[in-house]
Design a protein around this ligand. Structure first.
Ligand code: BGP
Length: 496
């Protein structure tokens, strides 16, 4: 099947990963642990840390019997040249990853950066440019240095604004003229769903070591979120001053914008609107430059307004996003009668009966390509900013068949259906910078910390028990994505 060629000549077809899910080398060349290093999956586990009453700080406390796969991940830190060469064989025009803050400022509060960390990203970014790939860089993909939580409480502490400003300034200076597309905080709108990972905030001091460590008040999280907003605006200011050609994007998890009311009951329709506003708050502040009225009502009625320092609101107003980067995987259903699942998995117990295709077991995310078109149109209507799909993909538990091949037709179909709807959205008038497949190479799942949830066009021989050769193997979808890129989205025919 072919689409009318609606993609602009310079459309950025690419792939996306995150340092903590791909690099490994978690303590190499001076790096110290970040938040993700204390977790096996950001969704379903408590961090492996404990409270040190005597020193009044949190400490790493990794259980010996648990496999922290992200500590080695797929060893991209040592294999990135060969991996990027493979990506270039597909014809990727752009490659997104994060710079691990803890490689540059291991504790996060140092005055001077760790040169070995910078040297790694020099090599990585130069390799991407050598293969004519646009680097698309996230400054923190859930990767706040652990010491900033352990000794400062994380982003509820205003000092982190200064630490992040120091980090961002070093990075913009180092890579000006090389990196055009930046984002600060990955899926910042997950701050309330996953405060420890997405907002880098922790109960501090721990009032009761037995209490779940992320039991934070709404006020504590709004305070952390406000500091993240200010840090993002400052970083945007720094970036503009350093490289006028660079662009800063807000980055949100926007599967949650494809939230459908379960029926035409006005309570469910308005409830879905309110649920979506949990995400819209972040893009509203970062794209429009001010706090919307609906959040001020929540602050009034629940007494959870953040402390806002003089000058903060002016910063937010003056330094807004140049584009909207977002992840889209699935849609979700809202009902006032149901608890909403944490992972934007919709209303517990209420699936969408009109979506017959689902991701494979055990994840079962509903497959809803039209939901992508819906989200793109809503974002364009609301902000009229360029859009950048920086995560879309399908995780499958798969491996080589008896012929040593991986015929991942399901993945090709998911890709085809979402490109078709993206083409529709472009014809609807959406301005789209590019499309980055999440996980062009198998990496460690963020949500579950597993290897078996494989997104890649390239298979990596590594398994949940930590075993494997780390060898790479092209899946059938590798040539399929190459065909799509070679024809600029025109030929979507699946031949396997
Ligand atoms: C997003 C994260 C990515 C990625 C993706 C897929 O929320 O930004 O890090 O992991 O989810 O999720 P998972 O890996 O859990 O399948």
């Amino acid at each position: 099947m072919t689409t009318t060629n609606v993609f602009p000549e310079n459309f950025l077809w690419g792939g996306a990963v995150a340092a903590n899910q791909v690099e490994g080398a978690w303590l190499e060349d001076g790096k110290l642990p970040n938040v993700t290093d204390t977790l096996i999956g950001i969704m379903n586990t408590k961090p492996s840390i404990s409270w040190n009453e005597e020193q009044g700080i949190w400490e790493l406390n990794l259980e010996k019997d648990r496999a922290f796969l992200s500590h080695e991940a797929v060893d991209f830190y040592h294999r990135f040249e060969a991996d990027i060469k493979l990506m270039s064989e597909m014809g990727l025009k752009a490659f997104r990853t994060s710079i691990s803050w803890g490689r540059i400022f291991p504790r996060g509060d140092e005055e001077t950066p760790n040169e070995a960390g910078l040297a790694f990203y020099d090599r990585l970014i130069d390799t991407l440019l050598n293969y004519q790939m646009e680097p698309v860089i996230t400054l923190s993909h859930y990767e706040t240095p652990f010491a900033l939580l352990a000794e400062y409480g994380g982003w509820q502490n205003r000092q982190l604004i200064e630490f992040f400003d120091r980090y961002a300034s070093i990075i913009f200076d180092r890579y000006k003229g090389k990196v055009k597309y930046w984002m600060t905080f990955n899926e910042i709108n997950n701050a309330f769903r996953m405060p420890y990972a997405a907002a880098g905030v922790i109960k501090f001091p721990a009032t009761d070591p037995n209490e779940p460590i992320t039991t934070l008040t709404k006020k504590e999280i709004y305070q952390a979120v406000h500091h993240l907003f200010v840090a993002n605006a400052l970083a945007t200011k720094r970036m503009q001053a350093t490289d006028p050609d660079a662009l800063m994007g807000v980055m949100c998890s926007f599967s949650s914008l494809a939230t459908y009311p379960i029926d035409c009951n006005p309570a469910n329709v308005f409830g879905a609107l309110e649920f979506k506003r949990n995400s819209y708050l972040f893009s509203d502040v970062m794209c429009r430059g001010h706090y919307p009225g609906y959040v001020k009502r929540i602050w009034r009625e629940e007494d959870c307004a953040p402390e806002i320092a003089d000058g903060d609101l002016a910063l937010l107003a003056d330094y807004t996003s140049d584009y909207i980067a977002f992840s889209y995987y699935r849609s979700t259903v809202f009902s006032v009668d149901a608890e909403m699942r944490v992972d934007t998995g919709g209303a517990k117990g209420f699936d969408n009966p009109f979506l017959t295709e689902k991701a494979p077991e055990p994840w079962n995310w509903p497959i809803d390509p039209l939901g992508l078109r819906y989200v793109m149109n809503e974002l364009t209507d609301r902000y009229e900013l360029p859009l950048f799909i920086v995560e879309n993909g399908l995780g499958i538990d798969e491996g080589p068949d008896e012929n040593g091949q991986i015929l991942d037709t399901e993945r090709a179909r998911y890709l085809k259906m979402h490109i078709e709807e993206m083409a529709e959205a472009i014809q609807d008038g959406c301005d789209v910078i590019g499309y980055l497949w999440w996980g062009p190479i198998d990496i460690v799942s963020a949500g579950t910390g597993e290897m078996k949830k494989r997104y890649g066009f390239i298979y990596v021989d590594r398994h949940n028990d930590g075993s494997g050769s780390f060898d790479r193997l092209k899946k059938a979808s590798f040539d399929y994505y190459k065909q799509i890129i070679d024809t600029n989205g025109l030929d979507l025919t699946i031949n396997f």
